[in-house]
Design a binder for this molecule. Structure first.
Ligand SMILES: [Fe+2]
Ligand SMILES: [Fe+2]
Length: 400
């Protein structure tokens, strides 16, 4: 961070202080990413120097080069001509400290399965996949009982509070989460009933369901992908979705947290039901520069979203929560595209920050229409990513 003469500013620098004109008028707020137009504005108002994240153009040259490397390793080559994709990659890359040289495909386990040629069209349905994993998709006796209480519309707040409190590990996780900096609560919450009173019964029910589902799926074998990295990706998308939702008025952080947490749950069932095929679907995507969901569509005629939504319905999640699970790769196809767009973007940002690994190696171009329709302000994303990086460790400790 330092002061840079306006004459030497390069697009992409981030303001570390508010910028005022010589007459005191506020021109640009702290956190804004400078582009050519904004630099022109500064010049036309006679501003001579501004405080930015890194001195003058030093970083830009280095990062432009590494951006290209990162873009080519994650996106189709046309991304190098796509300004929105480049802008978002740049926003993420600024925080990475050369991590662009890492490769996320290291999290695939190549030891157990061999490359095989998979038929172009496999005759299997998402329903059959879920049905084949009965044990995996159902809960242990104790969680089954708890899910029944959570899903029962007649359960009272007191009743639910008592059931959650009886499970010390679950209630400890819940309290650790609601006391994390993400919620920014002034007073420490030390009982489940207080958490319900402060955050609301519906929000607590959602969070508890999320914790139960992670516990249920967390210890699956890492035959194809590294499961810890898979959950780091899911928790990352959960936190990122929740932070983006928080930048908008009237959206529930807890809803978006759980939507993000479960967005890829269908992949887990597919990985368990057909590991050899799924391993090869991933390899095919890697070798042909295709996003995983496009390969799934090509080979299976359905995606992990279609599998995930069957589970979400089975667990009595609302329609609005089922949608981001089903359509997080195609937000415009859903009934609530604005909501789905948040999880869509959170998924992309988490992958660009190379946080965890959800099985996807290639990303499609970032869809401008999705971001415009959902009125997501790209300039606000710099603060979103900064907040994410500050909070993610505490959230991971609470959940994983
Ligand atoms: Fe996905
Ligand atoms: Fe994902």
């Amino acid at each position: 961070m330092g002061w840079c003469p306006v004459s030497r500013l390069k697009p992409g620098a981030v303001l570390q202080e508010d910028v005022r004109a010589p007459n005191g008028r506020l021109l640009l707020k702290k956190g804004r990413v400078l582009d050519k137009k904004r630099i022109m504005v500064l010049k036309s108002w006679g501003v001579t120097k501004v405080c930015i994240d890194e001195l003058c153009g030093n970083k830009e040259n280095k990062s432009t080069e590494l951006n290209k490397e990162l873009i080519s390793s994650l996106f189709p080559s046309s991304a190098l001509q796509d300004s929105l994709t480049q802008r978002i990659v740049f926003l993420c890359f600024k925080w990475l400290n050369n991590a662009g040289k890492q490769t996320i495909s290291q999290f695939i386990n190549h030891k157990k399965y061999q490359k095989i040629s998979i038929p172009k069209k496999l005759k299997i349905s998402p329903e059959k996949i879920v049905a084949s994993q009965k044990k995996l998709c159902s809960f242990s006796a104790i969680y089954k009982k708890m899910m029944e209480v959570l899903n029962d519309p007649n359960s009272s707040a007191q009743n639910i509070g008592e059931v959650i409190s009886k499970d010390t590990s679950l209630s400890a996780k819940l309290l650790r989460f609601v006391n994390s900096p993400h919620f920014g609560l002034v007073q420490k919450i030390d009982t489940v009933s207080r958490a319900i009173a402060l955050l609301g019964l519906d929000q607590i029910k959602l969070l508890v369901k999320g914790i139960i589902i992670i516990d249920n799926f967390k210890n699956l074998p890492s035959d194809v992908i590294n499961m810890r990295q898979f959950w780091r990706h899911s928790v990352g998308v959960a936190l990122m979705s929740s932070i983006i939702a928080n930048t908008k008025v009237g959206l529930s952080r807890e809803f978006f947290f759980v939507a993000g947490l479960l967005h890829d749950i269908g992949k887990l069932v597919m990985l368990m039901a057909m590991p050899r095929v799924y391993f090869n679907i991933m390899l095919y995507g890697k070798e042909n520069n295709l996003p995983l969901y496009e390969v799934e569509k090509e080979i299976l005629d359905f995606t992990h979203g279609d599998v995930g939504v069957i589970l979400a319905k089975k667990w009595y999640f609302s329609n609005s929560l089922c949608e981001p699970i089903k359509f997080h790769h195609e937000p415009l196809a859903g009934t609530f595209p604005e909501d789905i767009a948040i999880v869509y973007l959170a998924d992309i940002l988490t992958q660009l920050l190379l946080h965890g690994f959800g099985g996807n190696i290639y990303l499609p171009l970032i869809n401008k229409e999705v971001l415009t329709k959902s009125e997501i302000d790209i300039d606000s994303l710099d603060l979103v990513i900064g907040t994410f990086l500050k909070q993610i460790n505490t959230i991971e400790t609470a959940f994983l």
